[in-house]
Design a protein around this ligand. Structure first.
Ligand code: SAM
Length: 207
């Protein structure tokens, strides 16, 4: 049976390959491997997310469930004054993200390994972005989204993408309950991108 892409320690024989991410003025070359999500090319949902979430000018942001790094590394490139944290439970994905940061000359990146927010301790963020691990189950996702709310600064933003057929609208309702607001940022190709603000009335000067 094939291994889940969110196994902690994938054991599949390595099959490294290079994929490209070209969005706006950002051009990244990313190494992928077996045992990580969407290894044959950047996921269409991830692309829609990157095309639709406004990048901050500065601040600290997090890519939760970074895989081999397309989200966090895109923001690190487009937003050189940001500190970008990336985290994943999958050790192979974490190693690839670290390698891909170096390959693309991105120094404003720190990659963590562990379960959800555990490795990030009490760090707070201006922006948290995720293409979440739908297969981990709704309960796990709701815990992750609640933790995202706790890890945001006042006025900070949380953005996620999900397939319409995998319950994107239901997840958006859950996020709306946690945050008290939700914005439908983009839809296309069977995906939806949503964004919510922590304390929507609070002002944050950084985006
Ligand atoms: C849908 S993939 C997205 C990967 C990458 N961000 C992308 O867009 O290609 C979700 C990622 O979440 C990771 N993941 C699954 N469960 C996790 C957990 N409990 N804590 C942290 N990461 C997790 C998986 O290993 C996987 O890399």
């Amino acid at each position: 049976m094939s291994e889940h892409y969110y196994a902690n320690k994938p054991t599949a024989a390595h099959q490294r390959q290079v994929v490209r991410l070209d969005i706006n003025d950002v051009h990244l070359v990313l190494v992928t491997d077996t045992g990580v999500f969407s290894r044959r090319g950047v996921d269409a949902g991830t692309r829609l997310l990157l095309e639709s979430v406004p990048a901050p000018a500065e601040g600290v942001m997090l890519d939760m469930g970074c895989g081999y790094g397309p989200i966090g590394l895109y923001f690190a490139a487009v937003c050189p004054y940001c500190q970008v944290h990336m985290s994943d439970i999958n050790e192979r994905a974490v190693e690839l993200s670290r390698e891909n940061a170096v390959r693309n000359g991105l120094r404003n990146v720190t990659v963590f390994c562990g379960e959800a927010f555990a490795p990030l301790q009490k760090q707070k963020y201006h922006l948290i972005v995720t293409n979440p691990p739908i297969r981990a189950g709704k309960q796990c996702l709701l815990q992750m989204f609640s933790a995202a709310h706790r890890h945001l600064l006042p006025g900070g933003r949380f953005a996620f993408v999900a397939r319409t057929q995998q319950g994107a609208k239901t997840l958006a309702k859950a996020v709306e309950q946690i945050f008290g607001n939700i914005t439908d940022l983009a839809r296309g190709g069977g995906y939806r991108v949503y964004m919510a603000y922590k304390d929507a009335d609070a002002t944050v000067a950084l985006d």
